[in-house]
Design a protein around this ligand. Structure first.
Ligand SMILES: C[S@@+](CC[C@H](N)C(=O)[O-])C[C@H]1O[C@@H](n2cnc3c(N)ncnc32)[C@H](O)[C@@H]1O
Length: 208
């Protein structure tokens, strides 16, 4: 898919949620489980943040949060969520494949369900995310494994967009892998992610 096709695709998906939030308003379960890693004054980037559930939660932990996202509709909902929860987030509308990524600027970079990038785009996306982490900072990622194609409860239908443990170890070669878990869980995130899911979680630390 090319831009603006994928912009229209995501706008349409968010529109299909009507007045609701496609992925809900509660933070992603894995991210919330990492609460001990986030605290006051940390700078955090949430990549392809969607409707703000993760960036708003990060701001509630006291972090200074930047959220980058393509969809204008998702960003409107995200701004409303932040207002309602009385936190500030720096929302940026951008296509991350054509974004001037900040360099070594964040204590943590978070990517939750960002598997719209296939093998052709993923190196650029991961390079941008990795470069944005300060030395000694962390990158937090959750996605689906190929087994998810049996469940069809969320995520892309292209197997090459999904992650395996070996692939993520390769992507983060030279980083300290603090957490890498391939597992199954029942997910309930709005109407967008519902049911048994084959997930993979990663926390990797950039070397000093
Ligand atoms: C599955 S959703 C996940 C949203 C959010 N991370 C969450 O967990 O709720 C994928 C998100 O990626 C965004 N996205 C897709 N392509 C993008 C791009 N090229 N640049 C920025 N955001 C993009 C979509 O608009 C959508 O919000």
């Amino acid at each position: 898919m090319s831009f603006p096709d994928y912009a229209d695709f995501w706008e349409g998906r968010y529109r299909s949620a009507g007045d609701g939030y496609l992925f809900g308003t509660a933070a992603n379960h894995f991210l919330a489980g990492q609460a001990g890693r986030f605290g006051a004054g940390q700078r955090v980037l949430s990549v392809a943040d969607g409707e703000g559930r993760n960036s708003v939660w990060l701001a509630e932990q006291g972090c200074e949060v930047t959220a980058v996202e393509l969809s204008g509709l998702a960003l409107e909902r995200a701004a409303k969520l932040a207002r309602g929860r009385h936190v500030a987030v720096d929302f940026v509308q951008a296509d991350i494949f054509h974004w001037d990524w900040p360099q070594a600027a964040f204590d943590a970079v978070v990517g939750i369900f960002i598997q719209f990038a296939g093998p052709a785009e993923r190196p650029r996306l991961f390079a941008g995310m990795k470069g944005a982490v300060k030395p000694g900072g962390i990158l937090v990622l959750q996605g689906y494994t190929p087994k998810q194609l049996e469940y069809k409860t969320g995520g892309p239908s292209a197997v090459e967009n999904l992650y395996t443990e070996a692939q993520l170890r390769g992507e983060f070669d030279g980083w300290e892998i603090e957490h890498l878990l391939d597992h199954e869980d029942i997910v309930a995130e709005g109407s967008g992610h519902v049911g048994r899911s084959a997930l993979i979680d990663l926390v990797a630390r950039r070397p000093l």
